[in-house]
Design a protein. Structure first.
Length: 308
């Protein structure tokens, strides 16, 4: 035991690998590379980011799961951990991973075209309620993606069937926003930062954000609670995890270093510039959040008919 303790006391003795289940150049990749730089300063070791893409997140998350649990291979997990297994894409769940820290949370906004038919969230919701099922269309991500499920869950929260609005799959927020501005769809559910360029161009407006309070980067956009009295909140999270079986002392070392990295100017300035949400949870709180979110998203997946 003494030898083991002395080995752990020296952790980390060599560079770490941070697996990212999504492609280079995207928001998740940029977040990972920024937290990795800040983490290097805290650990005194390089943190090498490796993108393992494919299977709508399955490949990369599985690579994290299968890594040696020595603390030298960790990963940036995303909310898909709470959705993939419900859709039959993988058997992997949050219980197969060791939570270390949550570093990000982005709430969905409800966006419409500036020259579209709706002048307010109330008018949009009234149309969804009263017009025949399938009359309106929404987009923002692929079928079963987090923004699809978040929007469907909001409809459920408002007493509207989850499939009342037809979901038009897209390859991401950018093409969905283009489709919205051109009148191809009625609504886009996506994070407000992803809609920023279209909002700034005056082609799109965001009615509301599903968040407990207004976003500091977008103070003029009200919350759904302000407009319709809804406390419903389902969004996209990112956090650092490892495989099962990690030593508690290693997890504690990483958790402490990540908290300092999270608070650093390197990370906070980047997230502020991008408009991404910063939300910290330690290992225990992160695990509890994943468990709670898993149940909520599982029910939404069932209601939209995507459960497998």
């Amino acid at each position: 035991m003494a030898a083991s303790g002395s080995v752990l006391a020296d952790y980390p003795e060599r560079p770490l690998t941070l697996i990212v289940p999504w492609a280079a150049g995207g928001g998740t990749d940029a977040t990972a590379r920024t937290i990795a730089r800040a983490l290097e300063e805290e650990l005194g070791q390089n943190v090498n980011v490796v993108n393992r893409t494919g299977g709508s997140g399955v490949v990369g998350h599985t690579a994290i799961l299968n890594a040696k649990p020595d603390g030298y291979t960790i990963g940036l997990a995303t909310v898909e951990v709470n959705t993939m297994h419900w859709q039959g894409l993988t058997d992997l769940t949050y219980e197969d991973l060791t939570p270390i820290a949550q570093i990000n949370y982005d709430s969905p906004g409800i966006q419409v075209a500036t020259d579209g038919a709706f002048e307010s969230l109330d008018a949009l919701m009234e149309a969804i309620r009263t017009e025949p099922k399938g009359s309106l269309t929404a987009s923002g991500t692929g079928q079963g993606g987090i923004w699809h499920l978040a929007f469907a869950g909001f409809l459920m929260d408002q007493g509207i069937p989850a499939d009342q609005v037809i979901w038009v799959p897209s390859e991401g927020s950018a093409p969905a926003m283009t489709e919205l501005a051109s009148g191809g769809v009625d609504v886009v559910s996506t994070s407000v930062p992803e809609a920023r360029s279209m909002i700034d161009a005056g082609r799109v407006k965001s009615f509301a954000v599903m968040a407990p309070e207004r976003l500091s980067a977008f103070p003029d956009i009200p919350t759904t609670n302000e407009l319709v009295g809804s406390d419903y909140q389902v969004g996209a999270w990112r956090g650092i995890v490892g495989p099962q079986g990690m030593d508690a002392e290693v997890v504690a070392t990483l958790e402490s270093a990540l908290e300092a990295a999270y608070q650093s100017d390197t990370y906070q300035d980047f997230m502020t510039q991008r408009g991404f949400g910063t939300e910290w949870r330690n290992a225990e709180e992160f695990g509890q959040m994943m468990e709670e979110m898993d149940g909520i998203l599982g029910e939404i997946v069932k209601q939209v008919g995507l459960a497998n």
